[in-house]
Design a protein around this ligand. Structure first.
Ligand SMILES: C[S@@+](CC[C@H](N)C(=O)[O-])C[C@H]1O[C@@H](n2cnc3c(N)ncnc32)[C@H](O)[C@@H]1O
Length: 228
């Protein structure tokens, strides 16, 4: 797949928008919790990573490519998108699953996603921090998606990563799939190196087996399966 089918020159504006949002999050984190900082950028900017903007191709293509990495012949009973933001990936998941739950720590993100996807009746929503997902969700999902979320959960020590990973494994039914995606630019920038560390930690988690890894412009995706 060529770089230009993924993005246009003006998509560079998207990366500048994202960099400004990330800088705003870093500022807010001096006085706020991680969840409050996320809500603040949605409250200030509406769509802080321009994920729903028709001006940019990149995020839409990212969601399409992520969906294309799922096994073609598999229909899911219950899918979960954690850190769903304004809901672009929920739209891709809707035809692939009976029910899709979108979770985000930011109430304003969930409100945006609900408005944007009001035509899709199999979507539901919950405001929750990834660290405090209710145990009632455990074992309920045959697909969990976590895209461009984990590197915001600083500090991201190896032990913290293992705990988040173990929590995600518990959400999966036996045989369920975890689709993990994070920004990646050939390990050239610091965020890409964090991404490599996240994906390496997940591939060794007890109870998960790596099915495939895909390096796309500009993200890394790992598809992992919960052991039966
Ligand atoms: C860069 S956006 C990615 C949105 C979407 N997953 C995508 O790929 O376009 C990061 C999202 O993660 C959410 N998030 C950050 N920390 C979170 C946490 N602790 N629990 C749940 N969601 C969180 C943010 O509110 C934000 O919507």
């Amino acid at each position: 797949m060529s770089l230009f089918s993924f993005m246009r020159l003006r998509d560079i504006g998207l990366f500048l928008t994202s960099a400004r949002t990330d800088a705003a999050i870093a500022r807010h984190r001096q006085t706020m919790s991680q969840g409050e900082a996320m809500e603040a950028v949605y409250a200030e900017r509406g769509d802080p990573w321009a994920s729903a903007s028709p001006s940019y191709l990149y995020q839409r293509r990212k969601y399409e490519v992520m969906a294309s990495l799922l096994p073609k012949d598999r229909h899911f009973t219950a899918a979960l998108d954690i850190g769903c933001g304004v809901g672009g990936m929920l739209r891709e998941l809707s035809p692939r699953a009976d029910q899709v739950l979108g979770v985000d720590v930011a109430p304003s993100a969930i409100a945006f996603a609900q408005r944007a996807n009001a035509d899709l009746p199999n979507l539901s929503y919950q405001v929750s921090d990834i660290h405090s997902l209710p145990e009632s969700l455990d074992g309920r999902f045959d697909l969990v998606v976590v895209s461009d979320v984990i590197y915001y959960l600083s500090p991201l020590e190896d032990e913290a990563l293992k705990q988040i990973g173990a929590r995600l494994v518990r959400l999966l039914a036996p045989g369920g799939l975890l689709l993990l995606a994070n920004h990646y630019f050939f390990q050239l920038d610091p965020d890409s190196r964090v991404t490599r560390r996240i994906h390496d930690a997940f591939r060794w988690l007890p109870g998960l087996q790596l099915q495939s890894e895909h390096c796309k412009p500009f993200f890394l995706a790992s598809l992992l399966r919960r052991s039966v």
